[in-house]
Write a protein that binds this ligand. Structure first.
Ligand code: CA2
Length: 154
């Protein structure tokens, strides 16, 4: 009988968080809510498990480390959820690394960047993402994960 590939053997979705997001829950709860990064990572891991998938959650305050993980995702991941934090507004290096991926990328921002200072209104990585979710708090990570899983099971 033919062997059928199961989802459990599939590659993980990389969930990448950029600078300062390691401090979530400790300041500015009116903008970012009260959840910590560990809470978010538990939430997406549980959602992934419930959907028969898995995630690899990584956070760095360093642009180059994020670039290295994005490069690694080319062969190791089925998709990428990324909140590049302030690098979203400035990093051509992260843009270029994401542009090399043949897997779906969804950009997430916890806050609604368009309701905030004008320097946050432009993301240099949106043009290389499949989609962008912002302003929906930590729910945005779950929605991004679901969008990627729907896309790769098409
Ligand atoms: O809304 C988002 O998710 C952001 O990507 C968060 C970034 C910000 O630079 C982007 O414009 C929008 C900053 C994260 C700062 O994280 C904090 C963590 C704890 C306390 C205060 C800020």
């Amino acid at each position: 009988m033919a062997k059928r590939a199961t989802k459990s053997a599939a590659k993980p979705i990389y969930v990448l968080n950029g600078p300062n997001l390691n401090l979530l829950g400790q300041r500015e709860p009116e903008i970012y809510g009260r959840a910590s990064l560990a809470d978010i990572e538990k939430l997406v891991a549980a959602r992934a498990r419930a959907l028969g998938a898995s995630v690899l959650c990584l956070q760095s305050n360093h642009e180059g480390e994020l670039v290295t993980w994005i490069q690694e995702a080319r062969t190791m991941a089925a998709g990428v959820v990324i909140n590049a934090g302030a690098y979203s507004h400035t990093s051509i290096a992260i843009h270029d690394a994401l542009a090399m991926l043949d897997i779906p990328v969804v950009e997430v921002h916890i806050s609604n960047i368009y309701k905030r200072e004008s320097f946050r209104h432009h993301s240099v990585i949106s043009s290389v993402a499949k989609g962008l979710i912002c302003g929906l708090g930590v729910k945005g990570y779950e929605l991004a994960l679901e969008a990627i899983l729907a896309d790769i099971s098409k």
